[in-house]
Design a protein around this ligand. Structure first.
Ligand code: PRX
Length: 665
């Protein structure tokens, strides 16, 4: 394992001594969607397994082959099959679920809207007709930059209805980030909001979008959802209000037929360079993977009310607010805002109000709730909950136990689900009616999924050991490529451990992991230069280039340091140009500069000004040492440093800065 993970490894060592185990109750097991060990072990051939699941979604015409893996690492699933994902998500439910609620929308200010499957079908079609009128055709890219309002899932579905490709850009990203993503995808239409609500304040989405649109030549039309009804700039001939556009449109629209391998969406995520990667997902396999894992991992029943608190701007929202739940005809809660508005009990009041049965959130949220104290959850009746889940980063056993006790009241299975933007759906997770859970472990790969832990040479590490997490065979929701960059796709994910000469193809996830003697997986975090801040992926290089973009900065190095609430926090080390003085005002300016370039989530928690950065003789910045400094650890080996004396000085400055800074707000 790389040195930077020594610390984590020690922690995991301790975790693996964790003796507490939580088998499913006999009661839960008896009613579970999946309750047999044999299914869990995935003993059968994975291709057969997925073919057997294929009935979960609706196809127009069948495939000639389940998996074509003749041109690795480019996979095709359900070859030649035709479908439109919205027919699985909407049309087929009109038969027996037309009046069932698809979404309970809860606005942050307290307004709400209930949308049945019939209403959703109707409005998606209206918007699809509207988009078509604006010129959208099959294969076009639609950029979506919105708050969490019902028109957001409607926009995804309307895009899919037309066989277009959506690219959702999280509403917390900056103008520059939006511009770059629009340009990379060459999107034709942008769907946005006038403003969104966040923590009681208005976020000026249209204003940010207008700024981005100054440099996005591919955009022809902009559709604006009037969420707050603020007075905004509307450009004649380019901008149209959503409500005006759909007003005269029919609620019927024949779905465009797509191939199983036609693109469904692109979602940008951070890699180890400054340029985000457009993760390309396709149609049939993705929808199937999302639907089956949603049903099995969350044990979804027809009368459940399911709530995933993620934002649809991230993959979790795509797969587990939109496609998975709708394919299963599930009733979901869609909440617009933050957990502490107007008070810290907002989530629990929503659980009580809608009788939520499955609740899916992130460890960073759970740790925040712990910090706030149990009283907020205790104010509400949470007895409707049957299962609780987490995603996005490793969950420490303490938080797991708190979640189990305070939210689950020790009667709800806890599902810790490991997956990525690239995997499309959950890969490693308990099956709640089968798996005995251990606090802090995502347990084992799901049926139909192959994983392993390998050493530097790619050899499988025996049980009890640690190394790199890899996926050993294709799966239906896997990314098909990086948009317009197949070489980077091959290199980043398949280059490290595959042996093409032996036709052995192994996907490298970028995570370190250990496996205990029972075969349970314990995730250790990223082993590359990708940070995980509150479950959001941010590349160190992205933040470094944003800092260096500021006229006062000569050089910058960024590391993720451990943080009790956000998992990791961004620690920056900055060398200023010439005679520029590093004072508090500049420090705030730099933090804001990063927020402008990328988004507030990427704003460094701390910045230390330094005359020099620690470098090897070949000029490489030694981030490992900066991480040691940030986490106030004994410094590792400094013998390869060209400028060893600089380290002590940085450490002193960092220590004095730590007492002043450290807030991630
Ligand atoms: O490091 C792993 C971590 O989040 C990364 C994927 O991030 P992203 O593509 O943004 O998707 C997040 C939501 C699916 C992974 O490489 N991660 C995700 N889930 C877990 C996790 N780490 C530990 N345990 C998890 N359950």
């Amino acid at each position: 394992m790389p040195e930077s993970h020594d610390e984590a490894a020690v922690t995991i060592e301790a975790l693996m001594d964790e003796q507490r185990t939580f088998p499913p109750s006999a009661e839960f097991r008896a009613q579970a969607n999946v309750n047999s060990e044999s299914e869990y072990q995935g003993g059968e051939d994975f291709v057969k397994y997925w073919e057997k699941q294929a009935h979960h979604i609706q196809w127009r015409s069948p495939w000639t082959e389940v998996l074509d893996w003749s041109n690795p690492p480019f996979a095709k699933w359900f070859v030649g099959a035709k479908l439109n994902v919205t027919e699985s998500c909407l049309d087929r439910h009109l038969v027996d679920k037309a009046d069932k609620v698809a979404y309970y929308f809860e606005g942050e200010p307290g307004d709400s809207r209930t949308i049945t499957y019939r209403e959703l079908y109707h409005e998606v079609n209206q918007f699809a007709n509207g988009l078509e009128e604006l010129g959208v055709r099959k294969g076009d890219r639609i950029a979506i930059y919105m708050g969490m309002v019902p028109e957001l899932p409607i926009a995804l579905l309307a895009s899919a209805r037309l066989g277009a490709t959506h690219s959702v850009v999280f509403g917390g990203f900056s103008s520059d980030a939006l511009r770059d993503r629009i340009n990379d995808a060459e999107a034709k239409v942008l769907v946005t909001c006038d403003e969104s609500w966040r923590n009681g304040s208005r976020v000026a989405l249209k204003e940010y979008a207008d700024h981005a649109l100054e440099e996005t030549p591919s955009i022809e039309k902009v559709v604006v959802v009037a969420r707050t009804k603020a007075a905004i700039n509307m450009v004649e001939g380019r901008d149209v209000f959503y409500h005006d556009l759909i007003a005269s449109q029919s609620g019927e629209k024949v779905a465009t037929e797509t191939d199983s391998e036609d693109p469904l969406f692109i979602l940008y995520t951070s890699g180890t360079t400054a340029r985000p990667k457009g993760i390309q997902h396709t149609t049939g396999g993705y929808l199937l993977g999302a639907a089956v894992t949603h049903k099995n991992v969350f044990d979804i029943k027809d009368d459940d009310v399911y709530w995933c608190t993620a934002d649809i701007g991230w993959v979790t929202g795509h797969s587990y607010i939109v496609y998975g739940p709708l394919a299963n005809g599930t009733t979901s809660v869609l909440y617009e805002g933050v957990p502490n508005f107007p008070d810290k009990d907002r989530f629990w009041s929503i659980v009580e109000k809608y009788h939520v049965s499955q609740f899916y959130t992130a460890p960073t949220a759970i740790r925040t709730f712990m910090k706030w104290g149990s009283e907020y959850a205790d104010r509400h009746d949470l007895s409707s909950l049957k299962l609780i889940g987490t995603v996005g980063e490793p969950i420490n056993p303490e938080a797991w136990i708190w979640y189990n006790q305070t939210i689950g009241h020790e009667k709800c299975p806890v599902v810790d689900t490991w997956w990525q933007t690239e995997t499309g759906h959950i890969m490693i997770s308990p099956l709640p009616g089968v798996t005995t859970t251990k606090p802090g472990s995502a347990t084992m790969p799901l049926p139909g999924i192959g994983a392993d832990i390998v050493d530097d040479e790619g050899h499988s590490v025996p049980l009890g050991g640690g190394g790199y997490l890899v996926l050993t065979h294709p799966w239906p929701g896997m990314l098909r490529t990086i948009y317009r960059d197949p070489e980077r796709f091959k290199d980043v994910y398949w280059g490290r451990f595959s042996k093409p000469s032996e036709n052995k193809w192994v996907y490298f996830a970028g995570d370190g992991a250990k496996r205990d003697t029972d075969g349970y997986y314990w995730l250790l975090g990223r082993v590359d230069d990708v940070m995980n801040i509150s479950g959001h992926r941010i590349s160190t290089l992205e933040v470094e280039s944003a800092l260096v973009d500021h006229p006062a900065v000569a050089e910058a190095a960024v590391v993720g340091r451990a943080d009790a609430t956000t998992g990791q926090a961004i620690a920056a080390f900055v060398t200023l140009k010439g005679t520029v003085e590093g004072n508090e005002t500049l420090l705030q300016e730099l933090r804001n500069h990063v927020a402008t370039k990328i988004g507030k989530i990427a704003r460094p928690a701390s910045i230390v000004f330094t005359d020099e950065l620690p470098k090897t003789r070949s000029g490489k910045i030694m981030r490992r040492l900066l991480r040691d400094i940030s986490e106030q650890r004994q410094l590792g080996d400094v013998t390869t440093l060209a400028n060893a004396d600089v380290v002590k000085e940085i450490a002193d400055r960092a220590n004095s800065a730590a007492s002043k800074q450290g807030s991630t707000e």
